[in-house]
Structure formats: C-alpha cells, structure tokens
Ligand binder design. Structure first.
Ligand SMILES: Cc1ncc(COP(=O)(O)O)c(C=O)c1O
Length: 374
C-alpha cells in the first residue's frame, strides 16, 4: 500500500499566486488608467484589442464587458433573431446558449462525442432545417473542437460558424490559434479564465470589417458619433481597468499556457488508475487546458477520497444545457444527448492552474492512483 503525506489544501483553481507575481505591474497599469480617468473603453482597451487581435492572428478584436455579452452581440451582428435556430453543443457552459436566447432565437442542442467531449460534427446535420442559421462550436476546457468537421457542415448548408473560445485563449487547431476559424469568435476574460481580467470582461475577434464596425456600434449604444444613434444598441463596453490588466497579463499568457500544458502532460503520463478516463486528444488539437476534466463511474466516492487528501476538484458541468430548468419549455428529455448526460454525472475537474507546483501535481497523481488501489 502506498502511503501519501497530507500536504496543504490543493483547490481546483487558485488565482492568488498569479496575482501576487504581477501585482506591482498591474498596480502601475491601474495608476495610469486612474491618471487618465480612462475608466470606460478608451486607450487601454484599444491597446488590448490591438494586441489580442495580433495574438489570435485576426484583423480585429472588440472588447466588451463579459463573454456572455460577446456571444449576444456576435449573434446580433450575424443578424440572428426571432424565428431562427442556432445549433449549440449540449456539453458547454450555459452562456453559449444565452447568446442565442437573448436574440429571441432558439438554441438547438447537439450531443458531444464520447471521447473528445466536444461537439459531434456528425450529429449536426440531423438538427438542420430551414430556420437554422448558425452553429456554435465551443473549444471546451481549452481544447479546440473538430473545426474542419463543423466547417464542412456549415459550408454545405450555408450556415454561419461561430467559435465560443471563452475557455481557449492561445489554443491551436492544426497549428493556428483559435479565434479566426468562424465568422466571429467570442472570448471570456472572466478572472478564472486562462487570460482573466481583474474584473469582468470579454471580447470578439473577426477578419470581417463589416461585423467589426457593427460590433463597435452595438457595444456603445448603437453609436459611432456621440449622441447620434444608428441602431438600438447596448452599453457593453470593456472597462479601462480591465483592459489595462489584460494588457499586462497577455504578455505572460504564452508562459502560463506552457506551464498548463506541462501539468497536463504530467497528469496524462502519471495517472494510471483504470477507474479514470481522460479527454481524447486528437493530433490537430493543442489544448491550453483551461480545465483538466476526467470521468469516473462513482464520482461521489472519488470526490470524498480526494477531499480526504486535501484535494478539491471542480465540476464542469453537473447539468447539460438541454436539461437545464431554464430550457424546460424546449421539451428535451433525458436520453436526447446521452454522451453529454454521461459527462454531467461522471466528470470532475482536477486542480489546474499555472502556479501549481510539481509537488502539488505529484500529490494529485499519487492520490488518484491510490484510489480503489489502496
Ligand atoms: C464556454 C463559455 N462560454 C461563455 C462564457 C461566458 O463568459 P462570461 O462569464 O465572461 O460572461 C463562459 C464563461 O464562463 C464559458 O466558459
């Protein structure tokens, strides 16, 4: 029997290490925002937009107040509204579907594959009808979905492709960064994301100038010239403090993503317990491991065991979108998306953040391997 020394608590995510490391740089950036009173939009947001577009290799980036707004505005920019349908994976965070619902359109949920846990491109065609306008692919947990598989269905039926890249800043599909594969791509800079603002923020990338200009106006009360409103718009600008913090953090993102990949490799090589399954990693996907999700038959037992060893995993996500109460009127039932349902009741997310030490990772692996083998 292996003996495991109990160490300090290891949570699923801890933001303190990262923020201690860059505190003085962030505070200097905040001071500049303060001195310029550039609190809403402004030069610090514009600077971030420029750098983030370059990072994603797209022509444009538009900063907004959060990732949910990014999805909402992206849908509006594509002209989606009442009577339209948009195909969305059942296995994602619910905000992917909110963007559709806010416009009055209907999300149509499609199952994930049983091994990559991403949208199943082969199941999309069955969901298409004359009302279908777009497909949202989600680079879930930081791993790119089957972009070409989904693109080919979109091309065949003349549908828009939108990337939900909220969890995938810096992930690559066939060597190219996510954010430039669809008409538009949406990002979240929620503090817990790989690139998270000190506050709430989001963004949209595109190569299309028409969408870009439309989005600039939509986020700013439908206005490009102050007090002249060309359309019904929203107040969804990114804040200056958020933009300034993102400017600092973007520089560190490649280094942080590299460390996440290193930790993931250790988990992949080190965890040998047959009671756990990991996400399949197709050759074309270079994940940045926003989350490291595993499945197991008896999740409750494993969580208790981990907690007993001071390890606190997360759950992403316990209820698939099609079975959420908010969408009960759409009439989905258990069994409609069996792989997403399996994941919801069997998944757990291992500790994953760049500041985890090698000892922490070793500890997590050791405890997982001793589960049911003790
Ligand atoms: C896949 C996905 N889409 C959209 C969002 C929404 O982003 P935000 O929380 O910034 O509104 C999130 C964030 O949690 C997400 O994980």
């Amino acid at each position: 029997m292996q003996t495991i020394a109990i160490q300090e608590k290891i949570p699923c995510l801890d933001l303190r290490g990262q923020h201690q490391q860059i505190k003085s740089e962030i505070f200097t950036a905040f001071e500049k925002v303060y001195e310029n009173t550039a609190f809403s939009g402004g030069p610090f947001v514009e600077e971030f937009e420029k750098h983030f577009a370059a990072f994603c290799q797209t022509k444009y980036a538009v900063g907004v107040n959060n990732g949910t707004s990014a999805l909402h505005l992206a849908m509006l920019a594509l002209g989606i509204g009442v009577g339209d349908e948009v195909i969305v994976p059942a296995n994602t965070f619910i905000a992917t579907a909110w963007g559709v619902s806010y416009t009055g359109a209907t999300p149509v949920f499609v199952d994930c594959t049983p091994n990559t846990w991403q949208i199943d491109a082969s199941k999309i065609e069955d969901k298409i009808n004359s009302r279908t306008k777009a497909v949202v692919g989600v680079h879930l947990y930081g791993q790119p979905f089957d972009v070409e598989g989904v693109q080919s269905v979109c091309q065949k039926y003349g549908l828009y492709l939108l990337e939900d890249a909220a969890q995938a800043q810096g992930a690559q599909y066939k060597g190219a960064p996510v954010g430039g594969f669809g008409e538009l791509a949406c990002f979240s800079f929620y503090p817990g994301k790989n690139l998270g603002a000190c506050g709430e923020a989001g963004g949209i990338t595109t190569d299309n100038e028409r969408y870009y200009k439309h989005l600039l106006s939509l986020r700013n009360h439908g206005s490009m010239v102050r007090y002249y409103h060309d359309m019904v718009g929203f107040n969804m600008r990114m804040g200056g403090l958020e933009g300034a913090s993102l400017n600092v953090k973007l520089k560190y993102l490649p280094e942080w993503n590299k460390r996440r990949r290193e930790i993931a490799r250790r988990y992949q090589m080190g965890i040998t317990n047959p009671h756990l399954q990991m996400q399949a990693q197709p050759d074309w996907a270079d994940s940045i491991y926003h989350l490291f999700v595993v499945t197991t038959e008896d999740r409750g037992e494993l969580i208790k065991y981990l907690n007993g060893h001071n390890i606190y995993p997360g759950l992403h996500y316990p209820v698939p979108c099609h079975l959420q109460k908010a969408y009960v009127d759409l009439g989905y039932k258990k069994g409609d998306c069996p792989h997403a349902e399996y994941l919801a009741s069997h998944c757990l997310s291992l500790p994953m953040y760049a500041e985890l030490t090698d000892e922490d990772v070793h500890q997590v692996i050791g405890v997982l391997n001793s589960y049911r083998n003790a």
